[in-house]
Design a protein around this ligand. Structure first.
Ligand code: PRP
Ligand code: URA
Length: 209
């Protein structure tokens, strides 16, 4: 079974309070999503392999470390996942970015695919799928299934808020995918929204309704 890492850093908890507040407007919401994504990005990269290299400081030769191993890929689930990309790219500037467009049908709550553009070598990359919300889990599970169909075999999922139901769904379908999350909330409501949650992440990020 995969690991679920709830990152309970004080800065994350503080910023989450602001993110959840309905009075936080899009400009601040975007900034806060980026800041929390940076903190989650720090955590999701904590097991990247290193290799030793030799460098020269202005004073002496020294052994030091650089990231080694597979190249990285960031995969935002559109739209709301876009809000997490800049933070991930600031931490991993050489990563390639693949986009998967999914929206949740409001009646069935099932994900509907409308766009996909991936790096050609996803099978050789460590992929980090990003989406602020893991609600029923349908969108994340579908995106991960899609990546696996393209040959991906090394995937982590990063969400800001997850429901217990969404975590169970992803773990059931993708027991190899670890999940990093800032908060595991209480439950879903009858419309598939996370409680207490933050509302509709895409709408709040982009000022739509
Ligand atoms: C939201 C969110 C996730 C999905 C989560 O996207 O960003 O992708 O819902 O719900 P699920 O776990 O039940 O699938 P939405 O479908 O609202 O599209 P948007 O990002 O374009 O607003
Ligand atoms: N998508 C969102 O943006 N928010 C939720 O609470 C559930 C799905």
């Amino acid at each position: 079974m995969s690991k679920v890492i709830e990152v309970k850093h004080p800065l994350i908890q503080h910023k989450l309070t602001l993110i959840r507040d309905k009075n936080t407007g899009s400009k601040d919401f975007r900034l806060l999503v980026k800041e929390v994504s940076l903190l989650l990005g720090y955590e999701v990269t904590s097991d990247l392999p290193l290799e030793e290299v030799e460098i020269e400081t202005p004073l002496v030769k020294a052994k030091s470390y650089v990231i080694a191993g597979k190249k990285l890929g960031i995969i935002p689930i559109l739209r709301a996942g876009l809000g997490m990309v800049d933070a991930m790219l600031e931490l991993m500037p050489a990563a390639k970015v693949g986009h998967i467009g999914l929206y949740r049908d409001p009646e069935t709550l099932k994900p509907v695919e409308y766009y996909c553009k991936l790096p050609s070598d996803v099978s050789e990359r460590k992929l980090i799928v990003v989406d602020p919300m893991l609600a029923t889990g349908g969108s994340a599970a579908a995106a991960i299934t899609f990546l696996k169909e393209k040959g991906a075999n090394d995937i982590k999922l990063v969400n800001i808020i997850a429901s217990p139901e969404g975590i169970s769904e992803v773990q059931k379908l993708h027991p190899d995918v670890d999940i990093y999350v800032a908060s595991i909330d209480e439950r879903l409501n009858d419309h598939g929204y996370i409680l207490p949650g933050l509302g509709d992440a895409g709408d709040r990020l982009f000022g739509t309704k």
